[in-house]
Design a protein around this ligand. Structure first.
Ligand code: HEC
Length: 480
């Protein structure tokens, strides 16, 4: 996070020089790779576009970037790249790759002008990328190897590992580092009270019945938890004892991996996360086949806090209204062909003062947009985050540059829309209704937030979820 901060500051200085006076070695009309484009790539693209990361090509050097000039222009103009860009009207976020209009113009001009190399003297110093890890972990644990097949699907997997800390430990970062980033769709870490008899290091998943297209067959009984058989790991055996392990898909995660994004740095907010002794590490791991079989070994790194923080940062998942959120198959159903289905609101009302630091967006292939709004006790409504063009490949978490003070009595409403029509190229079968589920073609409607609270405050008491009546909740005259 810090390195992005530094890159950003230099970029701002640079833009002032290049566009203000136009005297930075270039004539002001010739846009060059070293003078103009490379600083943008360092700040906004190289975290993914370098060897070993999620993007297929590297933008570290002129030689590897040059062939992509035209495609880069197209991708930035369409705002397809960098992924996850928000409506710039709302909020300032620390790990946002979004380009300014002048950066887009620079890349376009460079491509139009023949993608000129320019003089290496104009180049900024190379960005310092830490190989693999982005944090500098003090303690690392490893998930056993998992074979991801070339094709088909892999159900969302859960695994329990021993907590590497024997006593209560404050950490400032939890980084998940897949061995093969291209196959890791997402991964999350939580901590749950130690479960007696739990088997560590085993992959568990739900045996969901699917048709040949991979679609969850409706009406089946609750799927059974299964695992690889202990005597023959090519076979699948029931694992009833694991029904106790919460599957976590709908819970907030303390550590989360999504392609390209830096892990949350709790130290940025002068807080840390307390990993209680006597807990187990519960992982949620979701791999996606990429056309060739690979073996992934994911690692988890912890940065131990130098001192005990004054305040805590607590991650909370928000649930749509209805009976058990997006698992409610009556209420949470995207009708076949609907291009703009409005999901039930995700509502909370704060019972005490709080401070908001993190907002996250998680939907699957039909996700279209998501918006976070606050209604203050005086009735004033404010949009605090707007993602008008959600792209399911990128489940981004947005960390506020400055936390937002939320007075007691404030309401938070998150709205989302889904597209299950031919307009959505990701929708696999717009002739069928879509329900909640764990695969990419099923849906999730799972925003989550990070709140900064005094130590000792129980996060569960901070707000009430989906209170009262849905229609009157968001009216200014009702106090609920
Ligand atoms: C968060 C990770 C990430 C960031 C940041 C990112 N990219 Fe990408 N980019 C990818 C991945 C992954 C792909 C390949 C899959 C795809 O096309 O979505 C890709 C593909 C591309 C492509 C090929 C698109 C096509 O039409 O085939 C271009 C061009 C591109 N990126 C340009 C950029 C530029 C320019 C930036 C910075 C301004 C950038 N990317 C930032 C991850 C990223």
């Amino acid at each position: 996070m810090r390195s992005i901060g530094i890159a950003l500051c230099c970029l701002l200085l640079f833009s002032a020089a290049a566009f203000g006076q136009g005297d930075r070695g270039t004539t002001g009309t010739t846009v060059t790779f070293y003078g103009d484009v490379l600083p943008i790539l360092q700040a906004r693209c190289q975290s993914c576009h370098r060897p070993g990361e999620v993007a297929p090509m590297s933008f570290l050097s002129y030689q590897t970037t040059r062939p992509w000039a035209k495609a880069m222009k197209a991708a930035v103009i369409e705002r397809k790249m960098p992924p996850g860009g928000l409506d710039p009207q709302y909020g300032h976020f620390v790990d946002n790759f979004s380009l300014t209009q002048s950066e887009i113009d620079t890349i376009a001009k460079w491509a139009d002008g023949g993608a000129i190399e320019g003089d290496t003297k104009d180049a900024p110093p190379p960005a310092q990328w830490v190989e693999g890890w982005r944090s500098n972990p003090d303690v690392v644990i490893e998930v056993p190897p998992f074979d991801v097949p070339a094709r088909g699907w892999v159900e969302n997997t859960i695994m329990v590992l021993p907590n590497p800390f024997k006593k209560d430990t404050w950490v400032t970062s939890i980084e998940i580092r897949p061995g093969v980033p291209a196959v890791m769709h997402h991964a999350g870490v939580r901590f749950a009270p130690h479960m007696d008899g739990v088997k560590y290091g085993q992959f568990f998943w739900s045996d969901i019945k699917r048709d040949e297209a991979g679609v969850h067959i409706p009406g089946q009984p609750r799927p059974q938890r299964v695992t690889f058989c202990s005597d023959d790991s090519s076979k699948v055996c029931p694992a009833p004892e694991t029904d106790l392990i919460p599957d976590g898909a709908a819970a907030g995660f303390e550590g989360f991996y999504r392609p390209g994004a830096a892990p949350l740095d709790y130290a940025y907010y002068k807080t840390a996360y307390l990993i209680p002794a006597n807990t187990d590490v519960v992982l949620s791991l979701h791999w996606t086949p990429i056309g060739k079989a690979v073996t992934d070994v994911t690692k988890i790194g912890f940065v131990v806090a130098k001192q005990e923080p004054q305040r805590q940062l607590s991650m909370r998942a928000l649930k749509p209204r209805g009976n058990d959120g997006w698992n409610d198959r009556q209420r949470w159903r995207i009708p076949a062909g609907d291009s703009n289905w409005e999901a039930p609101p995700k509502d909370v009302i704060f019972n005490m003062d709080a401070e908001l630091a993190v907002m996250s967006i998680h939907m699957h292939e039909h996700g279209k947009d998501m918006k976070y709004m606050l209604m203050y006790p005086d009735g004033k409504v404010e949009t605090i985050l707007n993602q008008p063009h959600y792209d399911f490949n990128w489940q981004m978490t947005y960390n506020l540059e400055r936390t937002l003070k939320i007075p007691k009595g404030t309401k938070l409403r998150v709205m989302s829309h889904f597209d299950n029509s031919l307009n959505n190229k990701f929708a696999r079968d717009p002739n069928r209704d879509v329900y909640g589920g764990e695969q990419s073609w099923e849906e999730m409607d799972a925003p989550w937030i990070g709140l900064i609270l005094d130590i000792g405050v129980d996060p569960k008491n901070v707000y009430s979820e989906n209170p009262g009546d849905e229609a009157s909740f968001w009216s200014r005259t009702q106090s609920n």
